[in-house]
Design a protein around this ligand. Structure first.
Ligand SMILES: [Fe+2]
Length: 184
């Protein structure tokens, strides 16, 4: 894995974890997903990205296949859904139900390289990088971000901090795996 993708993945895991802890703290959020699943899914979400940059393939799909082959079926579903949600369940989000899939999908959209940014900034970067100046592609990316904005909206109606405040929960230490050792 390229070092920059590794750093990105660690930061996505931190953001997903911060949101998860917020859901646990929010009395109105029903049954958040397990921490180990959220963190593992976030750390693994770009597992195939390096391979696909080199070989040209869909990294979400190939990443899911890699996880499946290793026996990590549930993590594979998180990986498969991290770019675009295969199921957008507004009713569940309104009721406060978020799975590890939505948390990783959202957290990934908040991290540009290894920096936490507003959704809008990540959207502009993705349009710039992946739309090839084609209107259809740009439209598709924008629609996906609109879904992400809705996820953000429903998530943060449950949390007692705002999307901009995520950065205030980040530790000063560099993003690395030590952060996730179980004794924490
Ligand atoms: Fe990705």
């Amino acid at each position: 894995m390229y070092e920059n993708i590794r750093r990105h993945s660690f930061m996505v895991a931190r953001v997903a974890d911060i949101i998860l802890q917020g859901l646990h703290a929010a009395s109105s959020a029903p049954a958040p997903p397990s921490r180990s699943l959220v963190v593992a899914g976030a750390l693994m979400h770009d597992i195939a990205k390096t391979k696909c940059i080199r070989e040209g393939c869909k990294h979400a799909d190939i990443g899911r296949d890699m996880c499946r082959e290793l026996g990590f079926e549930t993590i594979g579903e998180i990986v498969a859904n991290h770019v675009v949600l295969s199921e957008f369940n507004r009713k569940a989000y309104k009721e406060g139900y978020f799975s590890a899939i939505e948390l990783v999908f959202y957290a990934d959209k908040r991290v540009k390289h290894d920096q936490v940014v507003p959704l809008r900034e990540r959207l502009e970067y993705i349009i710039d990088k992946y739309s090839n100046n084609e209107a259809i592609r740009e439209d598709y990316i924008r629609k996906n971000f609109e879904q992400c904005q809705e996820v953000e909206h429903y998530l943060f109606t449950r949390l007692d901090f705002s999307p901009d405040e995520i950065t205030s929960f980040l530790p000063d230490s560099p993003a690395d795996l030590l952060h996730y050792l179980p004794e924490r």
